[in-house]
Ligand binder design. Sequence first.
Ligand code: UGA
Length: 442
Amino acid sequence: MDSNPRVSVIGTGYLGATHAAAMAELGFEVVGVDTDQAKIDALAAGKVPFYEPGLDVLLQRHTESGRLRFTTDLAEAARWADVHFVCVGTPQRATSHAADLSYVEAAVTGLAAHLDHDALIVGKSTVPVGTAARLRELIRPQVPTDLRVELVWNPEFLREGKAVHDTLHPDRIVLGGTSPEAEATLRTLYAGPIAEGTPVVVADLPTAELVKVSANAFLATKISFVNAIAAVCEAAGADVTVLADALGHDVRIGRQFLDAGLGFGGGCLPKDIRALMHRSRELGAHRAAALLQQVDEINMAQRGRTVAMAVEACGGSVLNRRVGVLGAAFKPGTDDVRDSPALNVAAALHLQGAQVTVYDPQAGETARRTFPTLGFATSTREAVEGTDVVLLLTEWDEFLGADPAQLAGLTAHPRVIDARGRLDLGRWSAAGWEVRGLGRAA
Ligand code: UGA
């Protein structure tokens, strides 16, 4: 293949939009494709339709330079580009834990139907092991026999909120099921990060698919482990935040992903562990499925535990009590509220009759669209004013830096529950707050 291949990126969500902009930044001509006309119009105008720090700069730079364009015309992209990255979503199915592969199948078969020259199809979406081999079979009859079309897997490990950095400077590049030619093309496309020292792992297709879901499953397991220990800490009068710091000094353990609290949410970790659980069962790997089930259960229990703490703080019922919720996004640095533990807790308290007011520095609008019945504030002060209890549910810097003495004056009942283990409880207590924290003695 050409030493300067043209690139298409199919699916322009967090993953695809970032990948398209990063590929342009690495020097390639790129077209981004999506079925959502409004999203394509925004991106073509250099506007990111979600909050992702730094992405707007790259997008504007390359839509202006002409290196990056967007279209809804998959057929045109199929005929124009040489390498096609598939970045569409694989959400959890409505009726089971399995991943919904309909978008991936539609993208790959839609693309294959219009190919008129040799091409490399590179799957980046997170898929259950065995999907890529099946997709190869699916497109085989579609592709003219005189064309050389290869399908490989190259999973993506970017974090929302750090997507640009993670795409341009990944921890590793995994190339699954590549021929020597396909490997060479991908090494050309990733020459920038490889020159910086990013390791390349060449694997077969199923291993590449599994690396991705195993990485997310391991991160989820680490969080649920520390949350299980947090319950022991609470019962024994120990402090899980100090314990996590001490554990983290062991380089074999590491401090990251040991923040106990409300647990994990978002568009990836919850659905990925469930899809892996489902696939493990299908493959007869029942112990893996049982482990992941525990990880999921421990995680979901943290939400219930937080609701129970709020009820307790209000004397046994939240009916007609005013609850201030700090945070709506599933984590700081994003406006994504998919499977957000914060909103889940807010909605549960609302269902129990509380008057809930939520404030989030970025996710207010997306949260309001998802839960229009909750109350929304435009500042921390407004969310705290007149409350019976305040819950810290997403650890934005804005909340961690707030002055507890000033906030205490806004309510006759200064009570705070830190569900992210990030507040200086001593300082809040000294400022007159009654403090509780998950995994910390009352
Ligand atoms: C996750 C992975 O970290 C990425 O490597 C992966 O590429 C991505 O999923 C994906 O599959 O696309 P992301 O969903 O952006 O990235 O979020 P994380 O930073 O992993 O956080 C996930 C959740 O875990 C958040 O709700 C966060 O609050 C929670 N968390 C994280 C904890 O509860 N404790 C911790 O110590 C760390």
